[in-house]
Design a binder for this molecule. Structure first.
Ligand SMILES: Cc1ncc(COP(=O)(O)O)c(C=O)c1O
Length: 404
């Protein structure tokens, strides 16, 4: 536990969207944004933004926004600003990096992907591997627990392994695998690691070095920011890679991985979102990185305590089945109500002002091995830092009423 406080009602007051009476338990699909992010995006537009790299003040402002955004993301995950690639979302950036890395692979090489992952950290690698004649090895999930055992990587990884792609947290079961142990195995043979941090980042303090992530992907719209994705890597590693690019676009790092003109106002909003996260723990002193680490520890503890109530409440209902019981997991529940299709449950909950997702949620392989994909998946109710006990009660009361 930390020595800082977390006042959820003050936090909620910063989010205008939360005033509509709905329980926003759909954060794993995308969070709401606080006033500070909305104001920052609007102020950037109002203040005048040119295209970056020009001679006039509005252009200088665009350059400052981009630089500020890279610094903020680097602070959030413990990376280097010069290694922060910005783009529209994680999926687009992952396809770009998969294509770029595959240019360095050849027949006989191997990669390892996992069944725990969101398809955005699977399919781009499979398709790139197929084009390069590379063999794909699969890390399997223990479906009785939802764990991704790290030990299996010792047999999956070999001399020809070029890349290990793994998630820092499952977006449906919440499972947080031992990423550091997995990347250590990959690094023993010189393989690169691509860690999907999209679901994990809003829930835990992140340190890309401690995780052993050569690439770490995260999307700001999952942590109170605009719809922007980012991949963080060591600039020296990026320097060795050559994505397709226009003849006229910069060949510098990280710019050569970024296509076209970015959403400048939204990038300003990303910085505001990081500042918002840094403020959540109530710390006023220290660097932004230090305040983020304190905040995210507080957020983690808060979410886990509330999740005990949510998961305990669902498990107490005899007409409900929940999936996954990993030792380390985010506050994300995946469940079915007996005899009712998940889509019907989600629609019923919407009538009761509870926002949840249903279906496979792009956890394509995982819902496949769980035997849920063909029957409509399940219902996902996830907590983020702005959810409160009332949200949880609203869900539990509505689900309880579905008995019989
Ligand atoms: C774990 C995980 N990975 C990747 C993605 C894809 O992210 P994006 O929408 O930024 O492409 C998501 C989106 O839900 C996700 O939850």
């Amino acid at each position: 536990m930390t020595n800082v406080t977390f006042d959820v009602e003050t936090v909620r007051a910063a989010y205008p969207a939360l005033r509509d009476g709905y329980a926003y338990l759909d954060g794993a699909a995308g969070t709401q944004v606080p006033e500070a992010v909305i104001d920052t995006v609007a102020a950037a537009a109002r203040g005048g933004i040119g295209n970056a790299g020009g001679a006039f003040p509005a252009s200088h402002r665009a350059t400052a926004i981009v630089n500020g955004c890279r610094e903020a993301v680097a602070d959030l995950v413990g990376g280097e600003a010069a290694g922060v690639i910005l783009g529209p979302n994680m999926t687009t950036l992952t396809y770009r990096l998969a294509g770029t890395l595959a240019d360095t692979w050849g027949p006989g090489d191997e990669i390892v992907v996992s069944r725990l992952d969101h398809d955005a950290n699977v399919r781009p690698w499979l398709q790139a591997a197929a084009r390069a004649g590379v063999t794909v090895r699969w890390a399997e999930v223990d479906i009785s627990t939802g764990e991704l055992p790290a030990e299996q990587y010792a047999t999956l990884v070999g001399d020809r392994t070029r890349l290990v792609a793994v998630t820092a947290a499952s977006n449906i079961l919440g499972t947080r695998p031992d990423v550091a142990a997995i990347t250590a195995i990959a690094h023993q043979v010189g393989a690169l690691t691509y860690v999907d941090g999209v679901h994990a980042t809003p829930h835990v303090p992140v340190d890309v070095h401690a995780l052993g992530a050569d690439f770490y992907a995260t999307s700001a719209y999952k942590w109170s920011g605009p719809h922007i994705g980012t991949v963080i890597a060591d600039p020296a590693l990026l320097d060795t890679l050559h994505p397709d690019k226009l003849a006229s676009s910069p060949d510098t790092i990280p710019e050569r991985f970024e296509y076209g003109t970015p959403a400048y106002a939204d990038l300003a909003g990303v910085t505001a979102a990081v500042d918002h996260l840094a403020s959540l723990g109530g710390e006023r002193f220290g660097t932004r990185r230090e305040r983020i680490l304190a905040s995210m520890t507080t957020v983690h503890d808060y979410e886990q305590a509330l999740f005990d109530t949510l998961l305990g409440g669902l498990n107490a209902l005899s007409h409900v089945t929940t999936y996954g019981k990993a030792a380390h997991r985010t506050a994300t529940a995946y469940f079915n109500v007996h005899g009712r299709p998940p889509a019907e449950v989600a629609a019923y909950l919407a009538e009761h002002r509870v926002n949840v997702w249903h279906g496979h949620n792009y956890a394509w392989e995982l819902t496949g091995v769980l035997g849920l994909r063909d029957s409509g998946g399940a219902v996902r109710a996830g907590l983020v830092h702005y959810n409160n006990r009332h949200d949880v009660d609203q869900l539990l009361t509505a689900v309880a009423a579905l008995a019989a």
